[in-house]
Design a protein around this ligand. Sequence first.
Ligand code: SAH
Length: 393
Amino acid sequence: MKTLILKKNEERRLLAGHLWVYSNEIDIKLSPLKDFTAGEIVEIRTARDKILGIGYINPRTLLSARLLTSDPSTAIDVDFFAKRIKQALLLREMCFTRPFYRLIFSESDLLPGLIVDRFNSTLVVQLNTAGMENLKELIIEALITVVQPKAILLRNNSSIRTTEGLPIYIEVAYGAPEELAALEENEISFNAPIKTGQKTGWFYDQRINRARLIPYIKNKTVLDVFSYCGAFGITAAVNHAKHVTCIDSSEFALEQLRQNAALNNVSDKITTECADAFAALKDLQLAEQLFDVIILDPPAFIKRQKDITTGTEAYLRLHRAAFRVLKPNGILVTTSCSLHLSRDMLLDILRRAMLAEKRQMVVIEQLHQAQDHPVHPAIIETNYLKGFILCVK
Ligand code: SAH
């Protein structure tokens, strides 16, 4: 195993419990990056030759190395992964009674670069780094040993893989996964398009927030913007909303939504519209259509630090457009998964939108990611989902 040597004092982040090493923290005289291959396992040491642990490296990315274990005697083998997966499983089994959840949430489960979503006996895996890609066989074997699934699907098509220099592919790793995976959430049945949908096919991170919506929607008209396959909208319809309008720019997602609505016998309460959210909100305003409850769950408008200004403007425009079609004393459920947009920044955008639209509002609930996306206290990047339920006067 090769050694990766950090510059003087650059061990601080790892000693504080984080798992990341950036390229500028590496002593490239003593351990030149060109000596390493993408995904190679390395021992990480301080400038004073103290061992910090074992990780993997990718010489082509700014985020160069990620720590797998601080114990240098650990072998990175099937047992290593099996142990980590068992720990993650134990936590999920404490939180949930049914086997539908994110089983592995990357850094938070001390498996940086690895995502595993569980749909009962089907696992959907994302290997997001060269290090994890190299360890693919061990990971699949460990998952089979610990979880005993019937099928494992690799959704290796996230954009981060391109940065890592990895190919984009979707592949069956084990068994014969179906096109759709059945799941239950807040006692509602859904099908997730695991092969062709977004990410792993389902957004488990919003589960608790969908449950938090339930008290506010009885006999109400609801607008679900960025609805995807209907997780929020169908939760509202099943829990006695009067009518739900779902907007998404993906016709594929809306087709899946309609099937999920039929599965729950709420098709008559749901209208879908395939459109750009901003254009659709404008049309609703022109048609003078107002809603009792609006849900906004957009994709991340701020993906990188340099998108902050344009992304913030997009969030502002979105909220202003939503306020224009929200009834007085209406409920707004809004969330953001942009890592670079803090909770305070989102609240400030809401304040600006409120003043611009001459409304008043109060936060009645604060939203965050569900238990299967646990936050690691040393890794703020794991704390990405924030949101609010507001009453808008
Ligand atoms: N609310 C969903 C998840 C939303 S993911 C849930 O709870 O499962 C974001 C969704 O926004 C995707 O389905 C994507 O197709 C859609 N989308 C992205 N850009 C859009 C746009 N400009 N207008 C409308 N929908 C958009």
